[in-house]
Design a binder for this molecule. Structure first.
Ligand SMILES: C[S@@+](CC[C@H](N)C(=O)[O-])C[C@H]1O[C@@H](n2cnc3c(N)ncnc32)[C@H](O)[C@@H]1O
Length: 309
């Protein structure tokens, strides 16, 4: 068989079998199903205006995630006619990854690849100490950067639907390539979320054309782009600051291997924080990973990087 005619589907399955062994079939099947989402209460919205209601498709409070509720198929944000939306729909694993940045009031925060903006909302709640519809602290600053103009506009409309005016006043929207931010904004941020563009295998398994042309080279080249974003984030971080690097890829080239490269280049300047598993997450060499065959969460990988003082 000539090299050209090799079906990418076979290469894809062989590659992920080499990574996950017998578990791959279960992960593959779980990727084909809908991902699990919860409704998270918008903490900028006064609670009495947002009682969880069965009619709106909102079920029981989540077992251990504060402010989160189970949802059923009838959950539809379009049903709410309030000027600000009382809930947002998110994968629980994304909430946990964003919270691991441990943003504090007063911090200077960068969300380097921010659209459509779900994780920004989680970070902004911590930054402003939001609760019960009030934000107690507006002393921090927040930069939401997104290179795609179309996605940036979508993010701006998300911010309009979820954030009160005073919170939007501390948010700066940028539309630049994240990999140059570090050159222009050296040691400028206390906290940086790098939720990097990635292979997104949940999408790949649903698209025949992408599967048929899939190559290991593709995930390796994402790893190269991700490392350039991560080194930029590292430059933009203040000493003592923290980065959360995350992806929705299940490929080690885009996850632990990107962190390994940073460790190799900056070994005396960084600590990779040890994290306790939360819910169905599993420890990897440098972070945590949610794989969908466990509870339908994710996939999400995240690693928490601390810069030395
Ligand atoms: C995984 S998504 C981010 C999801 C977002 N954090 C959220 O929770 O809604 C990655 C985003 O990075 C953007 N992106 C891709 N390359 C970029 C770059 N070089 N600089 C900045 N943003 C980039 C993509 O357009 C995409 O919107």
């Amino acid at each position: 068989m000539s090299k050209k005619s090799v079906d990418g589907t076979v290469v894809f399955n062989e590659y992920f079998t080499s990574v996950y062994g017998d578990r791959w079939t279960g992960i593959h099947d779980a990727l084909l199903k809908d991902d699990k989402k919860v409704a998270r209460r918008n903490l900028f919205f006064r609670q009495e205006q947002a009682q969880a209601s069965a009619e709106e498709g909102i079920g029981a409070p989540h077992e251990f995630l504060p402010h989160c509720f189970e949802i059923n198929e009838s959950f539809d944000l379009g049903l709410f006619d309030t000027p600000m939306l009382p809930y947002y729909r998110m994968d629980p694993a994304s909430i946990i990854a964003a919270q691991s940045l441990a943003v504090q009031p007063g911090d200077a925060v960068l969300d380097m690849c921010a659209a459509p903006g779900g994780k920004s909302l989680v970070l902004l709640e911590s930054l402003t100490a939001a609760q019960e519809g009030e934000c107690l602290d507006l002393s921090g600053r927040f930069v939401a950067n997104e290179m795609s103009a179309k996605r940036k506009f979508r993010m701006m409309s998300v911010f309009k639907r979820y954030l009160p005016k005073e919170v939007r006043s501390i948010v700066k929207i940028r539309g630049v390539d994240g990999s140059i931010i570090g050159l222009n904004k050296k040691q400028d941020f206390d906290r940086i979320l790098l939720d990097a563009p990635c292979s997104g295998e949940r999408g790949v398994v649903h698209k025949k054309s992408e599967l048929q042309t899939w190559k290991v080279k593709r995930t390796k080249s994402f790893g190269i782009r991700q490392y350039s974003l991560l080194s930029s984030a590292f430059m933009a971080l203040k000493p003592g600051g923290r980065i959360v690097y995350s992806t929705c890829s299940i490929s080690p080239h885009e996850n632990d291997e990107v962190i390994r490269k940073l460790i190799k280049r900056k070994k005396n300047e960084i600590d990779i924080l040890e994290l306790d598993p939360i819910g169905p997450s599993e420890k990897t060499e440098f972070g945590q990973q949610f794989l969908p065959d466990r509870d339908g969460w994710g996939p999400i990988y995240y690693s928490v990087i601390q810069k030395g003082e």
